[in-house]
Design a protein around this ligand. Sequence first.
Ligand SMILES: C[S@@+](CC[C@H](N)C(=O)[O-])C[C@H]1O[C@@H](n2cnc3c(N)ncnc32)[C@H](O)[C@@H]1O
Length: 311
Amino acid sequence: MPREVTDALNIRPDGIYIDGTLGGGGHSALIARHLTSGRLIGIDRDENAIIAASGSIKSKSFTPVRGNFHDLPGILDKLGIQKINGLLLDLGVSSHQIDTPQRGFSFKHDGPLDMRMDKNSQLSAAEIINTYDEKELTKIFFEYGEERFSRKIARAICCAREAAPVETTLQLAKIIESAQPRKKPSGIRSPGGTRSPGGTHPAMRTFMALRIAVNDELSPLAQTLRYAAEILVQGGRIAVLTFHSLEDRIVKTTFANLVSPCKCPRDIPYCVCGKTPSLRAISRKPILPSAEEIFENRRAHSAKLRVAERI
Ligand SMILES: C[S@@+](CC[C@H](N)C(=O)[O-])C[C@H]1O[C@@H](n2cnc3c(N)ncnc32)[C@H](O)[C@@H]1O
């Protein structure tokens, strides 16, 4: 959603903008085009993204930073930045990460069970799959993947790894598939409603859940958004693009709490808690990709963009 994102940030040519999820640098390149005397800090925890964007974005306004956007206070402190005009987060994995089998994100290509966005981090997907107990695996698949066969899948993994550790993505995908009822021919729902008529891959939810757990994608998000709201200048904006209902729920409720923080009972004539709004929502509903964009890029179909402005 390139145009929607740049419109959402309402970019000032002299502003300071943070792209917390630099990835292939597509959004950053567009933001940089709007800047004259402003600055753009592009953060990514993946070294490959930093190398690629450093090569492709030549603007003098651009500073690439390898790091985790959840460490925004530390990153901005090092750069001597106190206030910002905008923050963009385009959450999840990049196409490059998904399409590189050695990174282990894809259930379609064989590769090591890795899934770390940051290769320096300790926890890999293989570690989770081969050492977590059945209950912990079930919890991850159910909570992060909303996978209704989570218990069966966790049990199948624990059985399989008794013979030998599960080491590759295709090995895992096969185990996950074997734990689920067989797929009916496309367009026909099984009595149990195995999967949607369009058909998602049986391993999709489990792989997504594992990726979220490996990279601890959800737990620090609300705190990062609250921090960003504090350091925005008046009129500055936060734009967050999500691809997952759990991420979207966190963004939605965090924004809602900053837009309407007062929780005083309705029958009290005036506010006694003293909490005042710090943000206003730019649109009540999330901004969705156009049909044209979904047609061109299937991965865009679940995208939701939420935008809020500092008041
Ligand atoms: C969906 S891609 C971003 C694509 C980018 N907007 C573009 O236009 O090419 C997400 C990127 O964010 C990075 N990422 C995800 N979570 C991160 C975090 N907590 N801190 C830093 N980078 C993160 C991933 O490594 C990935 O490269």
